[in-house]
Design a protein around this ligand. Structure first.
Ligand SMILES: O=C(O)CCc1cccc(O)c1
Length: 576
């Protein structure tokens, strides 16, 4: 790589390898695709371009729903050869998705759970949180966060896709040209054994922050670049710091600049140092300079093994539309954020989870193609929110001269003395499941939690054994789920039964410990966790989508439920 090229890449969020042994990544075989043997052009229902965490989550979600797809990846491995693990912190919502996909146990066994975060300014702790004591984090079967190198999750997804079957993973298949029209999309793909063309009804752009598709389609986007520079050191120690998220806004051992500290899998710590504005990436990541920095923080007698080092800079980007004809933009192809708050990779996972069930429902003839527009409504709102929240953190960490700097100085001073000021300290607002407030697929009403995510809480099956929301979502196999809380009239139940015969919907009655069951399919909610997760009270219903989001809630089983079902299947053009 030339010096100029290196500088260009170092000034993005694409962490570049500079020193250390790096990580050992699995390699997958190139298998010549059937198209190389000639014959007529093959039209595939779905082609996913990009085998990172977003593309693989999409592929695995489709495989789980029994939908055929082809995934193209230009490399023969997961992760990025020679580069770091980009994502490291996985949210409860992502972990709930991974549980549905069947890889959570492997992630939990390999990764590190954490819930406590502490922020320091100088030697003072100025902000702290324990997510297990906040909100309802403790109610899900998944922990608030697991830290693990992104490529492990990607490798688990590859194994699971191969196990499920139905989705073809094509390694060393690079997309080199693209066109689309009213009939289909045509992709030109280069491989070590030659070039071929394929057609697709739907194309998923999961190629990441330097998406060629975005360039070819001239997709408009907003972008922001700062002069802030960071340098990551992934290291192993002879002595262990506490297994907590530690951040410093002003670290005495880093010339009063910010520092991040997280434990990942394999006992590797990520230490991320803020550098001087416009610092030279080559200099700050030189091994002797990195070692000196680490010694200043941990002491010169602590043994340090450098696993990987990489400089990076802020960049945020957000497209204006998540869909361009047959192409759906996903993950970093749609938006780029700095890592604070873990809003990058987790958003890609949620993008995939959002679109997969919709595409599956459309391709199986269970929903109207109009439903696909709600992917744009919902995931653009999420992308914009994540960019906005992350940019606010970035500005707190590198304030502009003038009012921003004065505000930060005052906030730190106040937080050192007064607990009320601690919430002004912004070293990242940790990612949560983004709510959807303007989706054409949700039916909103005052007091309803439509558009919010339902946690993977527990309940009891009719036989008394423990179940979880994800078990119900697996049971409906991509259909909608109506939970009917409490008593229902025989006429209502009859209406519901008919609805379940006519539409891709399955219903379950949710009862208290002593209530008599009226419906054949029923569960018990002794602690009210399911009711709390759906944010309803008394006799009510909740329409839950395959991605665990609430499409609507209501009380009587009447025409409003029918309308809500139609809307969540793209069958109504009106907005509620
Ligand atoms: O802790 C967080 O905010 C997310 C993880 C993170 C943040 C900053 C740098 C980095 O390398 C990871």
């Amino acid at each position: 790589m030339s010096a100029t090229a290196y500088r260009d890449t170092a000034l993005t969020n694409n962490y570049e390898f500079t020193s250390g042994a790096g990580y050992v990544l699995p390699e997958y075989d190139f298998v010549p695709p059937p198209e190389l043997q000639g014959g007529p052009l093959v039209r595939h229902p779905i082609v996913i371009v990009g085998g990172g965490i977003t593309g693989l989550t999409m592929a695995c979600s489709l495989a789980r729903l029994g939908v055929r797809a082809v995934l193209l990846d230009e490399d023969n491995t997961v992760g990025v050869k020679g580069a770091s693990s980009r994502g490291i912190c996985y949210t409860q919502k992502s972990l709930e998705i991974f549980e549905r996909l069947g890889i959570f146990e492997r992630i939990a066994a390999k990764g590190t759970q954490w819930s406590v975060g502490r922020t320091f300014a100088g030697d003072d702790e100025v902000y702290s949180f324990d997510l297990r004591q906040q909100g309802n984090f403790h109610l899900s079967s998944q922990p608030p966060f697991i830290n693990i190198q992104q490529f492990y999750i990607e490798a688990f997804l590859v194994d699971r896709i191969q196990q499920l079957g139905g989705v073809e993973l094509r390694w060393q298949n690079r997309l080199t040209a693209f066109e689309q029209n009213a009939e289909c999309a045509t992709l030109t793909v280069e491989t070590p054994a030659g070039t071929y063309r394929m057609e697709a009804e739907h194309v998923i752009d999961a190629t990441g922050s330097v998406s060629p598709l975005r360039k070819w389609l001239a997709v408009p986007f907003d972008s922001r670049r700062g002069d802030d520079r960071w340098c990551i050191a992934d290291v192993r120690f002879t002595e262990h710091p506490p297994v907590e998220r530690h951040t410093w806004i002003e670290a005495p051992f880093n010339e009063n600049r910010a520092v991040w500290q997280h434990l990942m899998a394999d006992d590797v710590w990520r230490i991320d140092y803020q550098m001087a504005p416009n610092a030279d990436p080559a200099y700050v990541s030189r091994e002797d300079v990195v070692r000196e920095r680490l010694a200043r923080q941990f002491g010169s007698d602590v043994g340090v093994e450098i696993v990987w080092v990489g400089p990076y800079a802020y960049r945020s980007e957000c497209v204006h539309a998540m869909r361009h004809g047959r192409v759906f933009l996903m993950g970093d192809s749609a938006k780029v954020v700095s890592p604070f708050g873990a809003r990058g990779g987790n958003t890609g996972v949620a993008d995939a989870d959002n679109l997969a069930w919709k595409l599956a429902a459309v391709l199986r003839g269970k929903a109207d193609v109009a439903l696909l527009q709600s992917y744009h409504d919902e995931r653009l709102e999420a992308a914009q929110q994540n960019v906005c929240v992350t940019n606010r953190t970035a500005r707190f960490l590198r304030p502009a001269d003038g009012a921003e700097r004065v505000f930060r100085h005052a906030a730190i001073g106040l937080a050192k003395q007064y607990p009320f000021a601690r919430s002004l300290i912004n070293t990242g607002r940790m990612a949560v499941a983004n709510p959807y407030s303007r989706s054409g697929a949700c039916t909103y009403a005052a007091g309803s939690a439509a558009g919010q995510s339902v946690q993977n809480v527990s309940f009891c099956w009719a036989d008394g054994s423990a179940g979880r929301v994800n078990d119900l979502l697996n049971w409906v196999e991509g259909d909608l789920l109506v939970l009917v809380f409490g008593e229902a009239t025989p006429a209502s139940l009859q209406r519901l039964r008919r609805l379940c015969l006519d539409a891709p919907v399955r219903s379950v009655q949710v009862l208290g410990v002593r209530d008599a069951a009226q419906a054949t399919e029923h569960v018990r909610d002794p602690q009210g966790h399911l009711q709390g997760a759906c944010q309803v009270s008394g006799n009510a219903w909740a329409l839950v989508r395959p991605d665990g989001y609430l499409a609507a809630t209501g009380d009587a089983i009447n025409a409003r439920l029918v309308t809500a079902i139609e809307r969540s299947l793209g069958l109504r053009g009106d907005t509620p």
